[in-house]
Design a protein around this ligand. Structure first.
Ligand SMILES: C[S@@+](CC[C@H](N)C(=O)[O-])C[C@H]1O[C@@H](n2cnc3c(N)ncnc32)[C@H](O)[C@@H]1O
Length: 166
């Protein structure tokens, strides 16, 4: 097993900057712990995070951020307005959701152009008014008895795929 020192030597000395390439967008967050988990995945794959500045979010991110360096973070303001602006900028919008018309995770190619990955609310999913703003939807197949995955787990799996690392 690699030591902590060896692992540090393999990693970047600094956090990545904003490449305007891949965004994780938990736009309707409910639990701070999930934001911390997503933050670490964003760092691992070189993605930025876009999140609304709800009153509790900055502190939740600070608590969950165990990274040595700050991550590329974008504050969205109104989630729907932010999503609309990203579409107008030409970014590809991928929703992560359990939906009939969704592609399966295994069939999702790595992002070939700047992409936003949108995650749903922990209880109610992606709101209907946001579904119209998605270019495609990806679903992670499940064979167990649970109805859905934890949002940070779902987001992390899709981010790795979009980043082309799995
Ligand atoms: C806990 S789920 C929400 C489930 C909610 N009860 C519903 O029925 O819409 C929270 C979010 O995690 C993501 N998610 C969880 N499991 C997923 C799966 N198997 N495939 C795709 N997205 C998933 C989606 O973004 C979803 O909106």
């Amino acid at each position: 097993m690699r030591s902590r020192g060896e692992l540090r030597g393999l990693r970047r000395p600094r956090g990545h900057g904003c490449w305007d390439h891949l965004y994780a967008a938990p736009l309707w967050p409910l639990h701070g712990a999930n934001l911390g988990t997503l933050l670490r995945t964003c760092d691992a794959v070189g993605a930025c995070m876009a999140v609304p500045r709800f009153p509790w979010v900055p502190e939740a991110l600070a608590r969950g951020n165990t990274l040595r360096r700050p991550l590329c973070l974008h504050w969205t303001g109104d989630p729907l307005g932010w999503l609309e602006r990203q579409r107008e900028r030409g970014l590809h919008i991928v929703g992560v959701e359990l939906a009939e018309e969704a592609v399966r995770l295994a069939d999702l190619p790595a992002a070939r152009r700047p992409t936003v990955m949108v995650l749903g609310h922990e209880q109610s999913g992606i709101p209907p008014e946001a579904l119209d703003l998605l270019d495609e939807v990806v679903e992670i197949p499940m064979v167990g008895s649970g109805a859905s995955l934890n949002v940070a787990v779902a987001g992390s799996l899709v981010l790795y795929r979009l980043a082309g690392l799995i």
